[in-house]
Design a protein around this ligand. Structure first.
Ligand code: FAD
Ligand code: UDP
Length: 380
């Protein structure tokens, strides 16, 4: 008899497995239909010995000290500040748009204050800001929107930015300084030995059993368990009762070149050319030294693994119907990017899993005595 059956060995499932096993002293079975742990953050050494991310580039960044400290129990880190260039009109320009972008694109030499008025002159008045188009045109105006955002977004989502929630393009800010980094979070680092090694450490506990290559539906009736934690797609769990939730997929094309480096930054975005959105060169992210280099091209697709929830009002309405069903199940928790249909980064999923664990502690795990607490403290 397992106390918890966890479906999905990505961040959501693995954090909960680790917390329940270590702190809750619960017996956990974690199942994944893939042949590996780590979910979409899985990485491995390819046939040339280069560390690559199977499901596209994963760069860790967070403002949460709690999340960073938690993961630091299972990995050492390599400092890494991600930089991205956008290929626009034959030039490579920093994205997010900043002072360097504007000066290079327009061939001018203005300062931060001048950039503020430069953008004010171009920005369109939009109220309220609702869509992904609104967010950008209200900050930088239509020309930069069309060059940097419109084409990329249409390729990535097969929707016009005006059909997507503001939150999508709001992920990419505008800066009036010269900060060329993609993220400005307090903690920006890559697991020193890769994500998979970190997951192996998290799941290495005598209370945790792992079952791979297994769709939970094949075994759910054979396994004795008390509670279920589900981290797969929520609509799949409920047999698509209200219809399918839209997810966007990607096809990844990997290419290994017989040279040490290919491009000057980790990622280069191609908003207006080609069918792919971006090319990432892994060695920038991992810091690996190797005489060859591996790239990944991301081709957005409608069908395939569900990688991205699609943030727009009608999808949110549909998700709310599934969330209402989910909330009626007292023995089942839904956690993670697919199970809560949220465009979450890794750190947000870790934070959500830690919060869920705290809730579980209050209900499932009996009140601890001071002695218990002392023992748990020593176990971490
Ligand atoms: P997943 O990692 O998707 O784990 C869910 C697991 O459940 C999967 O392994 C799946 O196989 C399993 N599963 C599903 N259904 C079943 C079933 N029926 N039976 C058994 N198992 C099942 N975040 C960042 O912070 N930084 C980045 O740079 C970044 N880049 C990204 C790039 C791409 C291309 C993508 C797609 C995502 C990126 N993310 C990034 C987001 C990140 O991948 C997620 O936030 C995180 O991995 C989600 O973890 P999860 O556990 O919720 O889901
Ligand atoms: N985006 C864009 N141009 C860019 C970068 C991003 O239009 O050069 C938009 C696009 O809609 C994208 C979204 O902003 O899907 C979020 O970008 P992010 O880099 O965060 O995407 P992710 O890494 O999650 O795929």
């Amino acid at each position: 008899m397992y106390d918890y059956l966890i479906v999905g060995a990505g961040f959501a499932g693995s954090v909960l497995a680790e917390r329940l096993a270590t702190v809750g002293n619960k017996r956990v079975l974690i199942i994944d239909k893939r042949n590996h742990i780590g979910g979409n953050a899985y990485d491995y050494y390819n046939e040339d010995g280069i560390l690559i991310h199977k499901y596209g580039p994963h760069i860790f960044h967070t403002n949460s000290e709690e999340v960073f400290n938690y993961l630091s129990r299972y990995t050492a880190w390599r400092n890494y500040q991600h930089k991205v260039l956008a290929h626009v009109d034959g030039q490579l320009l920093p994205i997010p748009i900043n002072l360097n972008t504007i000066n290079k694109y327009y061939g001018i030499n203005i300062n931060s204050l001048q950039m503020e008025s430069f953008l004010e002159e171009r920005a369109e008045k939009v109220y309220p800001v609702k869509t992904s188009e609104d967010v950008v045109v209200s900050k930088v105006g239509r020309e930069l929107y069309e060059k940097f955002f419109k084409g990329y977004t249409r390729k990535q989502w097969a929707l016009d930015p005006s059909q997507l929630d503001a939150s999508v393009t709001a992920r990419v800010p505008t800066r009036t300084n010269k900060d060329d980094r993609y993220f400005t979070d307090t903690f920006q680092a890559m697991p020193l030995h890769g994500y998979t090694k970190m997951f192996e450490k998290m799941l290495s506990h005598s209370n945790i059993k792992i079952m791979l290559n297994t769709n939970y539906q094949e075994v759910i009736n054979e396994i004795a368990y008390k509670k279920l934690i589900f981290t797969g797609p929520v609509d799949e769990y409920f047999d698509y009762r209200y219809g399918k939730l839209p997810y966007r997929s990607l096809r990844f094309k990997f290419e290994t070149l017989d040279k040490e480096t290919f491009q000057e930054t980790g990622t280069i975005n191609y908003p207006n050319d080609y069918a792919f959105t971006r090319i990432t060169e892994f060695k920038h992210l991992t810091g690996q030294k190797h005489e060859k280099t591996t790239l990944v091209y991301e081709f957005p697709e409608a069908a395939g693994d569900p990688y991205y929830p699609v943030p727009r009002p009608e999808n949110d309405q549909l998700y709310k119907k599934y969330a209402a069903l989910a909330s009626q199940l007292s023995n089942t928790y839904f956690v993670g990017r697919l199970a809560t249909y949220k465009y979450y980064n890794m750190d947000q999923v870790v934070a959500q899993a830690l919060t869920t664990f705290k809730k579980i502690m209050q209900t499932d795990i009996p009140k601890l005595t001071t002695d218990d607490e002392r023992i748990l403290e020593s176990r971490g």
